[in-house]
Design a protein. Structure first.
Length: 116
């Protein structure tokens, strides 16, 4: 996301900040993460390039069913987000205390160009 990205702001207001999506993102098996590209950041640029994207908005969902990540469309819908979360599945096999660590490792390895 970025402060100057109009589509990012629309996605947040109309989809990501809705009660249904916020509830799902707050679930114990979910670890939401946000990268802010208001100021250029080479790590974010590299992450985008790993998906063949070169700008924002960009959203991806990771999980046991999608360890490489599911890239979402630029203009989000509630249905697309919830469907991706369902397809990716939860980190149900890990204790709650280890879920953020597992998600961070997947994200870090993706940014560094490794296979998680």
């Amino acid at each position: 996301t970025a402060d100057w990205c109009l589509t990012c702001q629309v996605n947040k207001k109309l989809v990501l900040d809705t009660e249904e999506v916020r509830a799902r993102l707050a679930a114990p098996e979910t670890v939401p993460m946000r990268a802010d590209w208001t100021r250029p950041d080479p790590a974010i640029g590299e992450y985008l390039r790993s998906f063949g994207r070169y700008g924002i908005p960009f959203n991806a969902v990771y999980g046991p069913g999608a360890p490489q990540g599911l890239a979402l469309p630029e203009l989000l819908t509630t249905e697309a987000v919830l469907d991706a979360l369902r397809r990716a599945g939860g980190e149900r096999g890990l204790p709650a205390s280890e879920r953020p660590v597992a998600a961070a490792k997947v994200l870090k390895s993706t940014i560094e160009g490794e296979k998680p």
